[in-house]
Design a protein around this ligand. Structure first.
Ligand code: ZN
Length: 431
């Protein structure tokens, strides 16, 4: 019997363990914001991985955004060395989950198992992927105890809120350098037969228009900042949105609608603040002297962030040319450059072969419309050999009645385990 056949048998034999592990992880509610129970889940993972022979470190991202005594940003990094030197394969999963929201028909933190699916907030995004990577590594260790190199598994904080208290912090501390780690797999829910190579870029900015306050019965004595902002929106409709729709990318972004540049108007606030829900009075009559709009521009690897900014600045200058009293300010809030691992990168090739061997069909290559922790591994860690690959259906992430299929987790654990064999088994063992 070949080592891969033995690996697959080992994984199938761990079905109940994989289910129980996923349920246990779901039952620790690691809601972010605010960042609850990070320490508990890290201690749980530490216990599990120490029993499997890993050295485990718990790292608190002191001083990172949101880190405080009530909600400390804890991370878990586990490493198991092989018997001889070799490459290190790192599985990185985020431990946080987003708000539950409405519309659930099961307990979001119950870990309910029904018809081969495990339900719960984070089941698919991404505690199922974390559990699959742990079981894959343990099954690999059972068939190749004497391997070359090292396996690392991390559980990191705050991915859903930018990853600054998680992967970014660890990357700054040297946990993701090409010297320490050679291959990174992030088991985000991208569907079990797809390899995610990277993501589009992000530029968030706040545009503010200014006016002059006056009595609402004599608006001609003031200058309405909301009308100025209306002119900005109207110019966006006329020129910017059509221009963005024409910018197509060669990145294999899914879904199809995200294969172009996009812009979301995230919010507009102008004039008086709205009263509390229980306030029954009327507003006072005033001309708004300020209006603020937050834009969320997603850009392509073919675009340059300076051009992305200049496009908005040029639009504002156009509006300025048409409106005598138009005054504005633009402030950048957040930027992430696009990232995309080459298809020829070793981790891509190894996982593609493992998908084909496990699923009997060719791997699909995709790029995510939104960002995830790969940005920090690429930009801070300078590590290019990184992909997202994991079980779970992308469209279920952040939805009510989120679930992960048990068979999908087993299949993707086999893909991860086969990848470990190809990358870390010693020549004699891989036969
Ligand atoms: Zn995720």
């Amino acid at each position: 019997m070949s080592v891969t056949d033995r690996l697959c048998d080992e994984i199938d034999a761990r079905r109940d363990d994989l289910i129980a592990l996923t349920q246990d992880l779901i039952r620790i509610p690691t809601l972010n914001p605010p960042g609850e129970n990070y320490r508990d889940i890290c201690v749980f993972l530490e216990k599990r991985l120490r029993a499997s022979g890993f050295e485990v470190e718990l790292v608190r991202a002191i001083g990172s955004p949101g880190d405080c005594e009530k909600y400390p940003r804890w991370n878990m990094v586990a490493r198991r060395e092989g018997s001889v030197a070799g490459e290190c394969v790192h599985f990185n999963s985020h431990i946080d989950v987003v708000d539950v929201g409405l519309g659930w028909t099961v307990d979001p933190f119950g870990g309910v198992l029904k018809d081969g699916k495990i339900y719960g907030r984070g089941a698919c995004d991404m505690k199922g992927g974390l559990a699959a990577s742990i079981v894959a590594a343990e099954a690999f260790l059972a068939v190749c105890p004497d391997f070359a190199g090292a396996i690392e598994i991390s559980g990191t904080a705050d991915e859903e809120s930018g990853g600054f208290g998680g992967v970014a912090y660890l990357a700054e501390k040297g946990y993701f350098t090409p010297e320490r780690v050679q291959h990174v797999i992030i088991p985000e829910p991208l569907n079990k037969d797809r390899i995610c190579l990277g993501h589009r870029g992000v530029w968030w900015a706040e545009i503010e228009t200014f006016g002059e306050i006056a009595h609402g019965s004599m608006p001609f004595l003031g200058d309405c900042a909301v009308r100025h902002m209306g002119a900005v929106v109207s110019e966006m409709e006329d020129s910017l949105f059509p221009a963005l729709a024409l910018k197509r990318t060669d990145m294999p972004v899914v879904p199809e609608g995200a294969k172009q540049s996009t812009l979301n108007i995230n919010s507009i606030h102008g004039g008086q603040a709205e009263g509390d829900a229980d306030f029954t009075g009327l507003p006072s009559p005033c001309v708004p002297d300020s209006c603020r709009m937050i834009i969320d521009r997603r850009f392509l690897i073919e675009e340059n962030i300076d051009d992305v900014q200049e496009e908005v600045m040029a639009l504002l200058r156009t509006v300025e040319g048409r409106r005598e009293t138009f005054r504005y300010n633009v402030q950048e809030l957040h930027r992430v450059l696009p990232t995309m691992t080459e298809k020829s990168a070793p981790v891509v090739q190894v996982v593609a072969r493992a998908i084909e061997a496990t699923m009997g069909k060719e791997a699909q290559y995709v790029v995510s419309p939104g960002t995830y922790d790969q940005k920090h591994i690429d930009r801070i860690g300078k590590l290019k050999n990184c992909i997202a690959y994991g079980p779970g259906i992308l469209d279920l992430a952040h939805k009510p009645d989120e679930y992960v299929g048990v068979d999908d987790m087993l299949d993707s654990a086999k893909v991860m385990g086969r990848s470990l064999i190809e990358l870390l088994a010693k020549p004699g063992d891989a036969a």
